[in-house]
Design a protein around this ligand. Structure first.
Ligand SMILES: Nc1ncnc2c1ncn2[C@@H]1O[C@H](COP(=O)(O)OP(=O)(O)OP(=O)(O)O)[C@@H](O)[C@H]1O
Ligand SMILES: [Mg+2]
Length: 360
């Protein structure tokens, strides 16, 4: 199947005075599953619509491979599109819906049948081939949209929140199918979502967007474990943010000592310091916090929330600061009573220190 890299160069899109996409540059590899992730209004759809050719950028260019496509109209860019409001034809059957784009391109009947047949198999829609959209579930309808986008053998597949109208269970199920289908056909994919879990589980790489700009670009592992800014640390997954003062220079092992609000001492690898100065905020995940009785370091258990598989402990660590710890439930574990003095630890590699003033 033909597919291509996509390069976005210094792209901006303004609506009047408002800058919706602000000087974005990206290189998406051939065959890559690339996700634009960000909260509502950050410019994801706008950027995707420029790549699709539905919107003209204010500045910058878009290339498929080494070919600039800015002057190529949308219907000639050979993109497959799965947009939220890109409805399927209600009066056509599943087969006819999938075949539509191929017939419009004048492909011979035998070729249309072959490709539609393969698509029905791949999306497991074969049993519903003769049904009309209203006789399908939401998830099945969305699979028809997906099949229709992919059957034309696009150079690039563009998807804008394709799962957002489905219930939670169907979202997770279809997510797996989208990934499997994309892997099988190997088409370069740009996927838009505001759902971080979806982005983490689907993507080869993610661009986290904020106010029209890219805040961080990396693999799911990098985005989750090595947030470059405090915004990313807070936006992706849950994070503790504990104010702390830098308490010295890095030791021989490259660990910088910090004294957190209320007194606990924590060490952070020098490579995980973001910014300069004395006042920092230490960011770390609840599941990286270890809580142990005895040899207390100033933490007092305020509350335990049992959630079946996991257990959350909220600790008062002094100075009004709190730390949340998350652990898998263990058989026979005895809940600690609120008010107990405890020790909490976080391995240095799990902490990122963001400077309070002048940091990212
Ligand atoms: N045609 C338009 N005219 C004026 N402003 C627009 C237009 N289209 C989008 N915007 C603005 O540009 C910004 C980015 O919009 P966009 O649709 O790209 O956001 P998004 O990241 O896709 O958000 P969501 O997650 O809600 O879909 C928003 O503030 C929006 O109001
Ligand atoms: Mg959008």
């Amino acid at each position: 199947m033909p597919t291509t890299s996509v390069t976005i160069e210094a792209l901006s899109k303004r609506f009047g005075d408002f800058v919706a996409v602000d000087d974005v540059s990206l290189s998406i590899r051939s065959g890559e599953f690339f996700t634009l992730l960000g909260s509502s209004g950050c410019g994801k759809t706008t950027l995707l619509r420029v790549v699709a050719g539905f919107l003209r950028q204010s500045a910058g260019r878009v290339l498929f491979g080494d070919r600039p496509i800015d002057d190529v109209p949308a219907h000639r860019r050979n993109t497959g599109m799965v947009f939220q409001n890109y409805a399927i034809f209600p009066h056509l059957t599943v087969t006819q819906n999938i075949a539509y784009g191929l017939k419009a391109r004048g492909l011979p009947r035998a070729e249309v049948d072959r490709r539609v047949g393969r698509m029905l198999e791949m999306t497991r829609l074969a049993p519903f081939a003769a049904r009309r959209p209203r006789e399908l579930s939401g998830g099945q309808q969305q699979r028809v949209v997906l099949a229709r986008a992919v059957v034309i053998e696009p150079d690039v597949l563009l998807m804008d929140e394709p799962l957002s109208n489905l219930d939670a269970e169907m979202r997770v199920h279809l997510r797996g199918e989208i990934r499997a289908l994309q892997r099988e056909i190997g088409v370069t994919t740009i996927y838009v979502t505001h759902d971080q879990e979806e982005a983490l589980s689907l993507s080869d790489r993610i661009a986290v967007m904020r106010a029209g700009r890219i805040e961080q670009l990396g693999t799911p592992h990098e985005i989750f474990n090595e947030p470059r800014t405090r915004f990313v640390a807070g936006f992706i997954g849950e994070s503790n943010f504990l104010p702390a003062r830098r308490a010295g220079e890095a030791d021989a092992a490259g660990l910088v000592p910090f004294e957190a609000e209320g007194g606990p001492r924590l060490a952070v690898p020098a490579s995980r310091l973001r910014g300069e100065g004395a006042r920092f905020v230490l960011a770390f995940r609840p599941h990286h916090v270890r809580v142990a009785p005895g040899a207390a370091n100033g933490a007092v258990l305020r509350d335990t929330v049992y959630a079946g598989t996991s257990m959350r402990q909220v600790l008062d660590v002094g100075g009004g600061a709190q730390v949340v710890a998350l652990a898998l439930s263990q058989p026979g574990a005895v809940a600690t009573a609120p008010g107990a003095a405890l020790r909490f630890d976080v391995v240095p590699e799990a902490i990122t220190a963001f400077a309070e003033d002048g940091g990212p």
